[in-house]
Design a protein around this ligand. Sequence first.
Ligand code: 0X9
Ligand code: ZN
Length: 553
Amino acid sequence: MFHPARWHRLVPLAIAAAVLVGAGSNVQAVAPPDRKVQAYEQAELIQLLRINIATESDRKRLTSLDLDLAESAGKNYVDVVAYGNQDRRLLKLAGFTWSVLEDDLVGADRERELADAAYAKAVKNKAILATLPSGRTAYRQLADYTNDLASLASQYPTKVKTITLKNTSLEGRTIRGIEISRDVNVSSGKPVFIMMGLHHAREWPSGELTMEFAYDLLKNDGVVPRITSILDKARVVIVPVVNPDGFNLSRTYGYEMKRKNCRITNGQLPSAGQCAQSANQSRGTDLNRNYAGFWGGPGASTSLTSETYRGASAFSEPESRNIQALVSSYQATTLITNHTYSNLVLREPGYASAGKTPDETLYKSLGDQMAAQNGYRSQYGYELYDTTGTTEDWSYYATGGLGFTFEHGNSFHPTFSNVPNYYFGSGSTAGKGNREAYLIAAESTINPARHSVITGTGPAGAVLRLKKSFNTKTWNGTNIPDVLDTTMTVPAGGTYTYHANPSTRPIVVQQGGTESWTLTCERPTGQVLETRSITVARGASVTANLSTCAAAF
Ligand code: 0X9
Ligand code: ZN
């Protein structure tokens, strides 16, 4: 397994990096920022290389070169996207040898376009009958996602509610998602499953699979009993494109390998067209290193031109802050963030020295259950390589909701005909695939043994609020304020069931402590009529009869 740089918490990053670079090489730690630009401008080949690794120290040295690791690594190799001659020279100087997996990634994209056209034609001619729930035969562009979300909302007004995320992207785009549930407009205390795609721009299937699951749920509600039950008992939140600026660029010829967002200069918005300028190709923040959980630790870079740039500070990016706000506004008991590639189901922890989570038994069993369906490998995030500041590094430790990274398939964006295979499974796993894995995630969301339940009586129409404020710590101990704040309305009849995450965060559970939710019973105007402190563990249920509120309502 790939365990790169594991420097000690107390060693400042710069010193740790210098030590690593010193290990048997005089090569610069950070490759010149313009190497990609040069590769594009001089039409040098962008290649996928499999770098041979003999020892752990080789891995460390390779990591310290700050190349674009392709996220697939094995016992004796690490795959790297090499931008032109300069990256290859850097590898050679450092003494590495490799085999070429893909000799021309840009050319391969052209070939993919042709294969995609052939696939679309075959579906049209009914030569291929099994199609995706939406019927799509080619990768969506950004506008297709926007249109599809809007059309589902208008087609299913009682089952789909549009969500507009809090911040626009750096280039000013609105980021949207949908909630899917029976009577979606009733605020009913159901547990929530959040699924997302396209944190990373070039990982096109991650958005497709997210969107197709939405179509599937809506198309098969009332047809497939499992799906009917999911709509009855859960709220599914779908955000297919977390990083619209990056994705939009990646869907443009010549920019297919774009990964990050459009942060060109720290603290500044990009000007129109700036993100697409060739000189800025390698700039941007890696949104999957920008979350506050362990932000600034191993497996993330301080260089704005690195593919794993962590950003100027925790949650410096509007796109990651969007997901923070989104997750904080639901009781999301399960979360899947879709990525490509490597056929993995990853759970926390994301860096090796963190130790197992207090939910390991449950966390592993859910990961294993899903992996049994999509045929992927279920493992810890750090078994791929250490990372910090990823989505679940924050979401799991802040909310206790079980968060997973799915790494689909065998390349960042293969020919589209792979997407239906990823979704449904094919060959020996026919009828399975990620659809089954997602359904298991949705069913696990509903299972009260896996989250917490607060029930009781209260005045019909009252708003019940669960709130908790705390600090999330970054790697160096900086406190980043977090507020989880969700509401439901007491239904007619005056009995409520509020499905929630445990009141105590995993880190506090680990230390043997407890935390509470503050439950308030409010008039719809926001006037608080009763306040309770609720301590509830995973798998437990507590009763809170809100009689003071009922008397005053
Ligand atoms: O590096 C990432 O952000 C993810 N891989 S990707 O190829 N999609 O970029 C993996 C993050 C998962 N977490 C850990 N590896 N700890
Ligand atoms: Zn990714």
